[in-house]
Design a protein around this ligand. Structure first.
Ligand code: BMA
Length: 374
């Protein structure tokens, strides 16, 4: 078929919702996982699901207090998407790198699923070559864990632990809980060992494919959608340089943070808007779900940031969901980290206003969507 005709079909399938055939990257994905993908496709252009990392575990000034959530305490509603993190599961640690116990995480995930919300998981896995953290960019790590490499067996044992976690997530009827997994996130930056300066595009593509195939075929994990997730980028070519292929990806996204003082607002709006347009175009062409996989402005010092900056950047965009990064609170004397306001924070009232926009989807609206059903 001529390229033009193919484009026409792909494009018209997108425009006529009844024609959308959402094929999961995992051809044996569970029913609920396939339904989630199909429903996220239908979601495009009908509002954005709002998410927050570690929302139920802790917030600014509190930890593990049942029923608490900084998002709920400022907007009156829980988020529609929950981000969690598996770093240190590979070490058999009982808690992840940010102190979240894995058994509690499983309970939080179950609760979120039962309420109709979406779960997405990242993995800041240690460096398998050196045993140091994900931020240890020792050369040759990716190469070492690929098949034939000296650490491939070790890496497989780490994947066994990820698989065990994913297979332990079950709903009331014993069905596996779908998760949007985003391994090797920010792979076009160079701060992690899987980053741009530490391996070739072909090596990271191979690693992505190997990871997914191992989880699916060797471990029989079929409750995952896979996100391809860069950091900020400039062009489509730049974005797709390390893309493992359409057969391996369900969601395409990028991470972006506003840095510096509020004078950087305009720059953030322009860059986010442009990058969203680019991934949305790619998503239509490839029939994938576009998402803002991480974002934030640490400590949100601008009282109007949510409606006057973020909402402007998001205007007319069709991403399915967005994930604000974690409210770690005070990390040390000189370091504080949070991306959604807590009660009384300078941008709290504005965040509530933002949450009430027609285009924003939190707990109540997402429950009505029944994302796991046909
Ligand atoms: C970073 C920071 C760290 C954290 C890491 C993994 O952005 O929030 O404090 O350990 O993510 O969650």
């Amino acid at each position: 078929m001529k390229k033009g005709i193919v484009c026409f079909f792909v494009f018209s399938a997108w425009l006529i919702p009844g024609l959308i055939i959402a094929q999961t990257a995992d051809k044996k994905a569970t029913k609920e996982t396939m339904n989630l993908l199909a429903n996220l496709h239908k979601q495009a252009g009908k509002g954005i699901l709002f998410g927050h990392q570690d929302d139920l575990a802790y917030g600014v000034g509190w930890k593990y207090e049942a029923g608490r959530s900084d998002v709920k305490e400022t907007t009156g509603q829980l988020p529609a998407v929950y981000g969690w993190e598996l770093g240190r599961i590979e070490m058999d640690a009982p808690v992840n790198l940010d102190g979240v116990p894995f058994d509690k995480m499983k309970q939080f995930i179950t609760t979120a699923y039962e309420s109709g919300s979406v779960v997405t998981i990242s993995w800041h896995l240690n460096n398998p070559l050196t045993g140091k953290t994900a931020w240890d960019p020792s050369p040759g790590t990716v190469e070492a864990i690929l098949p034939g490499g000296e650490k491939n067996e070790l890496y497989k044992t780490w994947l066994d632990k990820v698989a065990a976690f994913m297979l332990d997530l079950k709903g009331k009827k014993g069905e596996y809980i779908p998760v949007i997994f985003r391994p090797f996130h920010e792979l076009n930056g160079s701060w992690f060992w899987w980053g741009k300066n530490h391996c070739t595009p072909e090596q990271i593509k191979q690693l992505y494919r190997f990871t997914e195939t191992y989880l699916e075929e060797t471990k029989n994990v079929h409750n995952l959608l896979y996100a391809y997730n860069t950091d900020r980028f400039t062009t489509s070519e730049d974005y797709l340089e390390r893309y493992p292929g359409d057969d391996y990806v369900d969601v395409i996204g990028f991470d972006i943070y506003q840095k510096g003082d509020i004078l950087a607002n305009d720059k953030f709006i322009t860059e986010t808007d442009k990058s969203l347009s680019l991934i949305e175009k790619i998503a239509v062409f490839k029939n994938k779900i576009p998402a803002l996989t991480e974002f934030g402005y640490n400590t949100v010092p601008d009282a109007q940031w949510w409606t006057d900056v973020l909402a402007k950047a998001l205007k007319n965009h069709t991403i399915a969901y967005m994930l604000a990064w974690r409210n770690a609170g005070r990390k040390s004397k000189n370091e504080i980290e949070f991306y959604v306001p807590y009660r009384g924070q300078v941008s709290a009232a504005n965040f509530k206003k933002f949450s009430m926009m027609n285009t924003m989807i939190f707990e109540k609206k997402v429950a009505k969507k029944k994302l796991y059903s046909k």
